[in-house]
Design a protein around this ligand. Structure first.
Ligand code: HPA
Length: 305
């Protein structure tokens, strides 16, 4: 069959489709979340801290993708965290799984139309900055969206102004006030030595980077590299969400042919597990600070803080 429309994107998902998914989800839950959380490796257990939790499996949401990566659950967990109503994604969608970016980041738009104001994102990443150590946490200040350089964007295709502008700026896509606040939180936790602020680079994966690629990324000022996040943040910024994101450095990228490193998924998952409680506490404290700001901090605590 011939393709006819020049404006056809990978897969157009209309405003009406997204709105109906959002309305459907709202009709199935008891609270209206205002914070969305995308749990990367190392933060899956955050959902255990959510009280009055309601779970919805991705497979039970018509039109939602499903996670295909081992170790990534596939469900939404909705409930209260640090006094605020949250919706956490346990498992995200990666480009390498075969979904177009518009579908990988669809949940962010659904969250927006559910009334979410803040998006908290975490991921596992390889440390490019030679000063970074395995187990460090990098607060993301900015990104290099390498996948987007070729025009492969979740915003490609017809733009619906109800979702956001045609040409959104990416300046301050990672809310600078939340970056600063996270540094204060890290100090309170006594983990300032392992918390950095840096630039995340999104590559398509699923290969880990070659040594030459790591050298290139280092040259252009990248601090950590991974296979997620930037497309989610592009969509979040497009639709006006406040974003806070951090990377857990699960492995060191190779910059030297004499000191080869062989990144592997098992190591990424193991480091994620070993740093889970620290990542979780950082996230809980950030949410608590938002709750305090909103004057909504009431009783319930996850016990992290
Ligand atoms: N590269 C890309 N993605 C990753 C890495 C890495 O080294 N570590 C964890 N996710």
């Amino acid at each position: 069959m011939a393709m006819c429309s020049a404006a056809k994107s990978d897969e157009t998902i209309t405003y009406e489709q997204i709105k109906s998914m959002a309305d459907d989800l709202l009709s199935r839950i008891r609270i209206k979340p205002i914070i969305g959380i995308i749990c990367g490796s190392g933060l899956g257990s955050l959902t255990e801290a959510i009280t009055n939790a309601e779970n919805i499996e991705y497979k039970d949401i018509p039109g939602f993708p499903v996670s295909t990566v081992v170790g990534h659950a596939g469900r939404l967990v909705i409930g209260m965290l640090e006094g605020l109503p949250v919706l956490a994604m346990q498992g995200r969608f990666h480009y390498y799984e075969g979904y177009p970016l518009v579908k990988c980041s669809l949940p962010v738009r659904v969250m927006k139309l559910m009334g979410i104001e803040y998006l908290m994102v975490t991921n596992a990443a390889g440390g490019i900055n030679p000063g970074y150590k395995v187990g460090d946490i990098m607060i993301i200040r900015d990104h290099v969206n390498f996948v987007g350089f070729s025009g492969n964007s979740p915003l490609r295709g017809p733009n619906d102004e109800r979702l956001g502008p045609r040409f959104p700026p990416m300046t301050d896509a990672y809310n600078p006030e939340l970056v600063n606040r996270a540094l204060g939180v890290a100090k309170e936790m006594g983990i300032q030595d392992v918390v950095k602020v840096g630039t995340y680079c999104f590559l398509g994966g699923p290969t880990y980077e070659s040594i030459a690629e790591c050298k290139l990324l280092h040259t252009v000022g990248v601090d950590a590299v991974g296979m997620s996040t930037a497309h989610e943040v592009v969509v979040a910024q497009h639709c006006g969400l406040k974003v806070f994101a951090f990377s857990l450095i699960t492995n060191k990228a190779s910059l030297d042919y004499e000191k080869k490193e062989y990144a592997n998924h098992a190591e990424v998952v193991a480091v994620g597990k070993s740093r889970e409680s620290t990542c979780r506490e950082l996230m809980c404290r950030m949410i608590k600070s938002i709750a305090a700001e909103k004057g909504a901090a009431r009783g319930a605590s996850c016990g992290c803080v």
